[in-house]
Ligand binder design. Structure first.
Ligand code: DON
Length: 305
């Protein structure tokens, strides 16, 4: 397995030069554009890594699956999906237009920014600090990594430049989708996006989902099987935004990307996969990371379809 992963990373490394690191959050433009790495965690607890798998990056939109799990655990699925839809979108991840024109003012799904901010607003906690602490604690538990922290520079950069997210959130406040304090919900969202991880952390969270909510390395049940199923389904339909259909056809693995360059994948009953490659394509997905997953899916027959 390790040899296969190494070969796939090296074969696809040239794609990194075709992409760009995210620059709309200034601090993200410091990422290493040439990095490419992968980690696989199988359900019998084996781990295999290749390339620049030790590269640290911020979770960004990959955190949206963590907060979706936590919000469902805190509120139940009916309450969460009364505020946020579960339909894919053909617009970009930070698009505004659908909020007013589609789905009766409800964000289309929890993977686009509007839907993720609304989901985060539902997380239990008396104060924003307590919500962030709960998100961090949950992320550490499901990744088996007690050393996950917020990258303060990325957080500050997101907060200073997050005007689009602010406008999405205030619009949702006006329509009653967000009920609490808007700035506080945004602050929690900016912090969750700024959690710093490696491909291994993503692979482990992927393995939890692949294993129906049970941590493969301890046997501990973290989320009900139904919640794991809901999250994986939404990853298939919405996880790569307006590239989700193409990704499903070519790769066919429930996955979630982020503009930090991470992709988290869950192959049901088989493995979790974490990929890092900060050079992004035009839709905000890791350009080389998607190619790596395409090769791995083909060579190991991982498509769920
Ligand atoms: O809110 C934002 O724009 C970022 N913190 C996260 C967006 C993101 O990762 C979209 N991913 N491809």
């Amino acid at each position: 397995m390790k040899k296969l992963l190494e070969a796939i990373v090296e074969r696809n490394r040239h794609w990194t030069s075709q992409g760009e690191v995210a620059s709309y959050i200034p601090e993200l433009s410091k990422a290493n554009r040439d990095a490419l790495g992968i980690c696989v965690v199988t359900l019998d607890g084996e781990e295999y890594s290749a390339g620049d798998y030790e590269t640290k990056f911020t979770m960004q939109s990959v955190s949206k699956i963590v907060t979706l799990m936590l919000a469902i655990l805190d509120n139940g699925k009916e309450n969460v999906f009364s505020k946020v839809g579960m339909e894919p979108t053909s617009s970009s991840f930070n698009s505004i237009v659908n909020l007013e024109t589609k789905n009766l003012n409800k964000p289309l799904n929890p993977m686009i920014n509007s839907g993720a901010i609304a989901t985060t607003a539902l997380i239990a906690g008396e104060t924003p600090e307590e919500k962030v602490e709960r998100i961090l604690k949950f992320t550490r538990r499901i990744s088996g990594n007690p050393d996950i922290y917020i990258n303060e520079d990325v957080y500050r950069s997101e907060k200073e430049t997050g005007h689009r997210n602010r406008s999405l959130a205030y619009f949702m406040k006006s329509t009653g989708v967000i009920e609490g304090n808007v700035e506080e919900s945004l602050d929690v969202y900016f912090k969750q996006c700024s959690m710093e991880v490696t491909a291994r952390d993503l692979a482990r969270i992927g393995a939890l989902l692949a294993n129906d909510g049970i941590l493969p390395w301890t046997g501990e049940k973290i989320i009900p099987r139904e919640v794991a199923r809901i999250v994986k389904t939404i990853m298939v339909t919405c996880g790569l935004y307006d590239a989700s259909g193409k990704f499903a056809v070519h790769i066919g693995i429930p996955s979630k990307s982020g503009v930090g360059g991470g992709i988290l994948s869950a192959v049901p009953g088989r493995m979790g996969i974490g990929v890092v490659g900060p050079a992004l394509d035009a839709k905000g997905n890791s350009i080389a990371g998607v190619k790596v997953l395409e090769d791995l899916s083909r060579e190991m027959d991982l498509s769920i379809f």
